[in-house]
Design a protein around this ligand. Structure first.
Ligand code: OAD
Ligand code: ZN
Length: 246
């Protein structure tokens, strides 16, 4: 079966780079974006230029974030996260590349610098002017007191979750590290991503071009199934559960 073949490929590989999307976190209670009932079926994304230009867009962005607060705050790593952390602990996985913003790879045991976050992190905030980090407790207090999105205490520019919105530039350091990881691994495993959002979706292809084997684990077809060496169209927790170690 696919899972047995995956086990063989993992055993034979010496450097495995996992690349994760929202599907790895649905087991943790966080909805994905493009499944029926996913976040983009309920809300249109707020593009970065609108966040910059309009107070009501900023207020709406923070309203949505705090509506999700309980979901993010109570989420714990699932079997997928834990399996990857096990492979990291034994030295098979140097780092994880993720499109996720939920901090669950860090919570599962990856050291901070070994979680390559292409789309940032929603568990804290940053000023879009000077880049100063702000904690969510501070934002929440401001938001509840004024009913509006906060402005930076250092430079007065708007403060946003530390995530990458559509139209916002990609974090250069994460892009560089992800590129190196994709170029130098011998097995690349795309997990729980529809692989439609670029430039993130370019990494499976890059790894393949640089000689890695490519595995895609997702419960529905993805954009890049044709170029994969193995496609496992199945639940992530079920598929990776056997790889959870101690
Ligand atoms: P998507 O919602 O596009 O894709 C998630 C995929 O995971 C879907 O194909 C689901 O069918 C699949 N899936 C969900 N739960 C699963 C499970 N338990 N087992 C197996 N498969 C499962 O999410 P991403 O590809 O991560 O960007 O989306 C990419 C980017 O689009 C996100 O990072 C976000 C979004 O706009 C930004 O916000 C910048
Ligand atoms: Zn600032």
């Amino acid at each position: 079966s696919g899972v047995e073949q995956l086990g063989d490929m993992i055993a034979q590989a010496s450097s495995i780079v996992p690349f994760t999307g929202a599907g790895i976190s649905t087991e943790s209670g966080i909805p994905d974006f493009r499944s029926p009932g996913g976040l983009w079926s309920r809300n249109q994304p707020i593009p970065f230029d609108e966040f910059v230009a309009r107070q009501d867009a900023r207020d709406e962005a923070w309203r949505r974030r705090f509506a999700m607060e309980h979901t993010f705050a109570k989420a714990k790593p699932g079997r997928g996260h834990r399996a990857l952390a096990s492979l990291y602990r034994v030295g098979k996985v140097p780092a994880v590349i993720t499109q996720n913003i939920d901090n669950l790879h860090q919570m599962s045991g990856f050291a901070e610098p070994d979680v390559v976050e292409l789309h940032g992190n929603t568990t804290y905030a940053r000023c879009i002017g000077c880049g100063k980090r702000h904690e969510l407790d501070w934002v929440r207090e401001w938001f509840h007191r004024t009913g509006h999105a906060p402005h930076c205490t250092a430079c007065d520019e708007p403060v946003k979750t530390a995530t990458v919105s559509f139209g916002q530039s990609m974090p250069p350091q994460a892009m560089r590290r992800a590129t190196e990881l994709a170029q130098h691994c011998d097995l690349f495993i795309a997990i729980g991503s529809s692989l439609v959002v670029w430039p993130a979706a370019g990494f499976p292809m890059l790894a393949k071009e640089c000689g890695a084997k490519l595995v895609i684990i997702n419960n529905e077809p993805t954009e890049q199934d044709e170029i994969a060496d193995l496609v496992i169209r199945h639940d992530i927790g079920e598929t990776l559960g056997p790889f959870v170690g101690n």
